[in-house]
Every structure is written in C-alpha cells, then in structure tokens.
Design a protein around this ligand. Structure first.
Ligand SMILES: [Ca+2]
Length: 559
C-alpha cells in the first residue's frame, strides 16, 4: 500500500510541477513532470502498461529535444528497472470475409445469434460506422496490412488463384512495410490461421512463423477445401471455420508463456455469403436452429437492375439461412478464443480486434453481395460497412463510438495504440488517421471524410453527402443526401440546386487521389492493377471480358 501512496504522491507532484508552480524554467518543468510521472506510475500497481510506454517515449523525446542526456539516461534506466514495462500486449486480429456489420446482434440484428461477438462488443469499444475502402477481398486485406489504398498498393481487385500457388505465384505486397513485418521487427511472434489471398500462399510472409492458410482465395464450401500447412497442400480435415479456430488456439498456447508478445492474424474465410456454398444448407451446429426461421432482417425485395450476378441467392431462404449459420459458426470461434485467453490469464495482456474485410448486402435496395457484383460497380454504404470492435480489459473503456473510420485508418491506429507511432510508415504517404485516442478514452477531433475505390469507381462520403464517380466506362455519377436519404435511394446528381455540392465533392475526390495515388497504380490516369482490371473499356491493355455468371446458370430455378 505504501508503494501505491508514494506513486500517487509523485504523480500529483508532477501535475503541480507542470502548472509551473515550482521555480524552474518552463521547459525544465515539463521535463521534470514527465520523469516524475514515470516514477509515480511505476509505483502504482494498476499501472496501465501502455501509459508507461507513452510516458517513457514522451520523456525520451523531450530529453532529446532539450539535449538533456541525463534525463534520457534516467528514462532509459527507469524502463530497464521497471517491473511492468517489458512486454507489449499481444494482438489478436480477427478478420471475417464478406461480412456486413448488420448481421450481428451487437449491430442490431435480432435474427442471428452471435452471443460471443456481442459480449466482445460489450466489454470493448464498438465502432458503429467502420467502413472498408474497397468491396473485395485482396485489396481490403492489403489495406489492413499496409494502411494504403488500392491506387497505392496496386491490388485493385481480388487476385486470381494463379498468383496464390504455382509458377506465377508472387507476393503482391513485397515492396511495402506491412503490419506483421513491423510487429515482428518489434519482437512479436506472428501467426496466420486462415485466409491470406495476397499471393505466394505457400510461403510464410512478413515475419510469420506460424502459417496455415487456404490454397485459393475464394471459398467453394467450408468442407473438403484444400489448405496449406507446413508448405504442404492437403485436404482440410474439418469444417474450415473450426479449423482456423483450432490453429489459433494452438498458436496462442504455444506462445502464452513466451518472453515475446504475439500477433495472431485469424482470418476466417466465413461467413463468405457468396458462391457455391449459398446453394446448399449449412452443416454446422447452427443449421438446425435456423432451418425453420424466416430471418426477416434480410429484406425481400425485387432485384436491383444493376445486380450483375448472385441473382439466384436473392430472396432465397436456403442462402439466407446458410449466411446466418455461417455467421453463428464464426461466433463460436470468437467464443473459443475469448475462453482460451481467460483460461490462460491473458485477457488483460491481449488486445482483441474483430472486423470484416468488407461489407455485404443481403437484399437491401435489391442488392445481394458487394460492389463488384453490380454493373456499374457499386459504392453503397452497406457494401463498405464492417463490424469493428476493440477489446482490452482495463485499457480500452467499454462503449461505442460513432466516428466514421476506414480500414485505411486501422494500421496507424493500432501502431499508435501500441506505442509504436514512430513505426507508422511514411512512404508512400498513408491516407489514414489514427483513432487511438478514442481507444484510450480521450476526446478526438474527427472530420467525416471517407474515400473508396474499386477500379474505375471512386467515392467520397462526408457526414451529409456521398458522391460516386466512374471512369472506364464513364458514369453514371451519383449524389446522395446521406442525412435525409441514408439508404441511398434518390440519386440527386445533375439537379441544378445541388450543383455547388456536386462540384465541391468532385474536387475533393480528385484532390484526395491526386495527393495519395501512385501514378503506377492510378487507374484514372492510366495506371495498372496487380489483379488486372475486371471492368475496363474495350481496347484498354487490361481489358478482360466479363466472366460468365456460372453460379446463376447453375442455380437457375433453384429457389
Ligand atoms: Ca472478402
């Protein structure tokens, strides 16, 4: 107890010092405050480890700035002798595939059972408006790992299987510094369990030492799919969702007592909500529960004229029930991970992040799927809206935040939260902003301005407006009043009374991409796509005819 009282007194004294009540020059007072706070916090048993890291780093920076070597040495000494400062928290990054936030109980869904994800949200911070900057798998995964947009990292669309395994396989993010690479260089043990879909799947990339993944990017089914384990290609021994969970638990248990913190990338390929699996009933333990449910949270509506494929899944109760059961299957996995952390006493030392690669629509406005399932390519909010939850007991204050964040904000935010803000890459320049202050329970100034791009389609979303522009081919252009028309049903583009906002949004969109896009990958200016463009004007070097909708053909009449 005396230890704690001493700590509190020192911290209080540091606060007095910072107000300049003691006789010393302002710079010295600030300096003294930093050092005193470190000493004080060291003696408070409930010290928040990340606070310590932040105070320590601030102190070192200040000492450097002031050329005060003594202060620098003192700060370093304090770090070395401190019983609490050694290890950063573990990070578990759970990513789902094609997963709209609206399918979860904690985002208001009353039909689908997700008790574990809901509990994670209750114990952590839920972002009500987290968005992806692109609507397909590979680009969004590339964005989570680099903080860059497609027109910077060059992965504009999903990558074909030939880039995953075989003679043309290559890792598409080789030239960038990625999240696992940074964490590995900071002493983290890195493990991947689940979908990679960024190329060269057979080789562990970027500092990963545990590596089990899929052979391909897309999901055919969740059973008997081919996986890569220890460099070998083999048939998955069980339901994939459970397999990824099982390996995640293995990885946690292998590293629970180590000197190093761990980074687990648990990338479920479910719920997926696309392709062949939606034509068959679920086989997991939730199938029976949903087998007689109507699931009215999936709107039954006529198919939007822009819908390009997936038409067989519209208003199809088999598909809808399959989605619900796969979402609940992932919820089981989240529960197992949380139980594992609790069992080994790792809860407070581990930040758990739950999010999706991109949004997904299940009938709203007559759309089923994401932005690349419509022609023209779509940019509806629900194609972008992903769940986003951060939990670390005693560090992150439970609650909700309404700030609109993008997946390109994720990397700078996480590194900032971990006290690694000086490791945030600056080349190429990141478009994202750190929301770590929100996680720390501090006030944040945040202007709503969210950008999105899928090949020739780009959009800007502010608090009041959304503007969508398209090239190759040109148009149509869309303008929505997001306050009065949040479901984006009334396109106001071209109406004379909105001419000013239309112009302003177009200019902001162009200015943003002028600032951030790499000319090599800036599709609007003739740049290329590492995935090769799916939708381009005929005659363009990357033009590829649209693929036949196999699923539709196969499933015609299957409602
Ligand atoms: Ca996806």
């Amino acid at each position: 107890m005396h230890r704690m009282i001493f700590g509190v007194l020192v911290v209080l004294f540091s606060a007095v010092a910072s107000r300049g009540n003691i006789a010393m020059p302002a710079s010295r007072a600030l300096h003294a405050r930093q050092v005193l706070r470190i000493i004080g916090f060291m003696y408070i048993p409930s010290l928040r480890r990340l606070d310590f890291i932040h105070f320590y780093k601030a102190s070192v920076r200040f000492a450097m700035k002031d050329s005060n070597i003594v202060a620098g040495c003192l700060a370093l000494l304090l770090l070395l002798v401190s019983p609490v400062a050694a290890k950063r928290p573990n990070v578990i990054f759970i990513l789902t595939d094609n997963h709209g936030a609206w399918t979860l109980g904690c985002y208001g869904n009353k039909d689908i059972r997700t008790p574990n994800i809901d509990r994670l949200a209750e114990e952590g911070m839920l972002f009500t408006r987290a968005m992806s900057s692109n609507p397909v798998c590979s680009p969004t995964r590339a964005t989570y790992l680099t903080g860059l947009l497609p027109s910077q990292h060059g992965v504009h669309s999903f990558l074909d299987n030939k880039y995953m395994v075989g003679p043309q396989a290559y890792y598409t993010l080789e030239e960038f510094e990625t999240l696992p690479e940074i964490l590995h260089s900071e002493g983290y043990v890195c493990g991947l369990s689940g979908k990679w879909h960024l190329g060269a799947n057979r080789t562990p990339q970027d500092g990963f030492s545990y590596w089990i993944t899929m052979v391909h990017g897309s999901t055919q089914n969740f059973y008997d799919d081919m996986i890569i384990q220890d460099g070998e290609i083999k048939k998955a021994p069980k339901y994939l969702t459970d397999l990824w969970t099982e390996h995640a638990v293995n990885f946690i248990e292998q590293n629970k007592d180590g000197d190093k913190p761990f980074f687990l990338y648990l990338a479920y390929n479910g719920p997926y909500c696309l392709g062949p699996s939606l034509s068959e009933p679920a086989r997991n333990r939730h199938a029976e529960y949903y087998s007689d449910k109507e699931l009215l949270s999936f709107p039954r509506d006529s198919i939007h004229p822009w819908q390009y494929n997936n038409k067989a899944f519209h208003n199809n109760i088999v598909s809808i029930r399959r989605v619900a059961a796969e979402v609940s299957g992932i919820d089981d996995g989240v529960g197992t991970i949380m139980d594992t952390l609790k069992k080994h006493g790792l809860e407070e030392d581990t930040i758990v992040i739950f999010t999706g690669d991109q949004g997904w629509m299940g009938g709203q406005n007559g759309f089923f799927g994401m932005g690349d399932h419509t022609r023209p390519i779509g940019a509806h909010d629900l194609m972008m809206h992903v769940p986003l939850i951060f939990r670390q007991p005693k560090q992150i204050k439970p609650g909700k935040t309404d700030i609109m964040v993008s997946n390109y904000d994720f990397l700078p935010s996480l590194l900032d939260y971990l006290g690694l803000e000086d490791r945030i890459p600056d080349k190429p320049k990141l478009p994202g902003r750190s929301f770590a202050a929100t996680l720390r329970g501090e006030a944040i100034e945040w202007e709503t301005a969210m950008f999105y791009e899928m090949e020739g389609c780009r959009s800007i979303r502010t608090e009041n407006w959304k503007y969508v522009a398209r090239r190759f081919p040109e148009g149509p252009t869309e303008l929505y009043d997001m306050v009065h028309d949040p479901y984006e049903r009334f396109n106001l583009f071209g109406q004379p009374r909105h001419a000013a906002i239309q112009r302003e949004m177009a200019e902001r969109l162009d200015a943003f991409f002028d600032e951030y896009a790499d000319p090599e990958y800036d599709i609007w200016k003739g740049g290329r796509s590492k995935a090769h463009r799916l939708v381009a004007a005929e005659g363009h070097p990357e033009y590829r005819p649209q693929r036949k909708d196999q699923a539709r053909k196969k499933l015609r009449g299957g409602h």
